[in-house]
Write a protein that binds this ligand. Structure first.
Ligand SMILES: NC(=O)c1ccc[n+]([C@@H]2O[C@H](COP(=O)([O-])OP(=O)(O)OC[C@H]3O[C@@H](n4cnc5c(N)ncnc54)[C@H](O)[C@@H]3O)[C@@H](O)[C@H]2O)c1
Length: 306
């Protein structure tokens, strides 16, 4: 793909990873970050990604860091917004982008929950506004949900998918801007059931993690649920659904068990207890295990495509 000029708006957790992966794909990347301390932390954070992935140590220096929006987005083909999850703030940023960027620049939002339809509601050219929901960490997790809203044109979706595919991502087209898109709906449907099972005393939280990781999780990376249903046969899938679905949790809203945990200050690793108990060392071990696993996957995929 032709080298593109791209801006990332917000250089926090998601923004720095998005900037890195686009620079690694050979594009000219500018990052606009208003907070001085975060700007100063960008070079070492980008360097840490290069070290983790065994990339050219000079790669992060190709990313230009800006303290003003306008010069960062001038002349760009794409802008990826990764600012805090607040509707008013994002609307304000998109209004600024409308005047600072060219009229055909594609404006993508990495919002997790706010519909891009709302973010771009007051713009004149809404066909170029699209959702791009990256998964954390965006430089390691392949999936990006490319979310089409009411006004997004087919050309915008196509160009965005092409850019991301070329950068080694696995973009999928979400045809309607539904809450949670696809990935979070699936993930939270499972979490809802998991919490209900623990609350009912069927098992403890550790057992849930073992069942997922050692059971269907062991094959999920190579066998999706649709493939798996077709593999066993839809007649069997229907028989199971007939028996099981009536017993699945249907608590409207978050389960009281989850609400009670939060009310008691049991928030997870950051407080030492959530659904499971944590020490600083055991929490750090989980983070390290995850980062090492994802980095190995990313390196293996790069070797396969080289
Ligand atoms: N953290 C995740 O796991 C995750 C996953 C998917 C999507 N998202 C979404 O990505 C977006 C960014 O999340 P994050 O976790 O990187 O947050 P973050 O707080 O780490 O980063 C946001 C950055 O935006 C900067 N910022 C503040 N005001 C700004 C402005 N007016 N213009 C530009 N930048 C501004 C902040 O200084 C900060 O550095 C959010 O919409 C979030 O919902 C987050």
């Amino acid at each position: 793909m032709q080298r593109q000029k791209i801006a990332v708006v917000g250089g926090g957790l998601m923004g720095h990873g998005i900037a890195y992966l686009l620079a690694a794909a050979g594009h000219d990347v500018n990052v606009y970050e208003p907070a001085a301390a975060t700007r100063a932390s960008l070079p070492p954070r980008l360097q840490a990604i290069a070290d983790l992935l065994g990339d050219d140590p000079a790669l992060p220096q190709r990313i230009a860091i800006h303290d003003r929006l306008e010069p960062a987005v001038k002349g760009t083909r794409f802008v990826f917004e990764a600012a805090p999850e607040k509707l008013e703030l994002k609307q304000h940023i998109f209004a600024e982008l409308e005047s600072a960027a060219a009229p055909d620049t594609i404006l993508a939002s990495n919002s997790s929950a706010i519909p891009a339809t709302e973010i771009g509601r007051h713009l004149k050219q809404r066909g170029r506004v699209v959702g791009t929901h990256f998964w954390n960490p965006p430089h390691l997790v392949p999936l990006v949900e490319v979310v089409q809203n009411e006004k997004t044109t087919a050309e915008t979706v196509q160009a965005t998918m092409e850019l991301l595919r070329d950068a080694g991502k696995a973009p999928v087209h979400v045809r309607r801007d539904v809450p949670g898109f696809i990935g979070n709906r699936l993930q939270h449907a499972m979490k809802r059931e998991a919490i209900a099972l623990v609350a009912a005393g069927v098992c403890d939280a550790e057992t849930i993690d073992t069942v997922v990781k050692a059971g269907f999780g062991a094959r999920t990376a190579v066998l999706g649920p649709m493939e798996q249903s077709d593999l066993v046969g839809l007649d069997l899938a229907l028989d199971i659904a007939e028996v099981l679905y009536a017993h699945l949790d249907r608590t409207p809203g978050p389960h009281p068990f989850l609400r009670e945990k939060v009310k008691a200050g049991k928030l997870g690793m950051k407080t030492g207890e959530g659904l499971r108990r944590w020490t600083p060392a055991s929490a750090e071990a989980v983070r390290r295990r995850l980062s090492r696993f994802l980095a190995e996957q990313a390196r293996a995929s790069k070797t396969r495509s080289a």
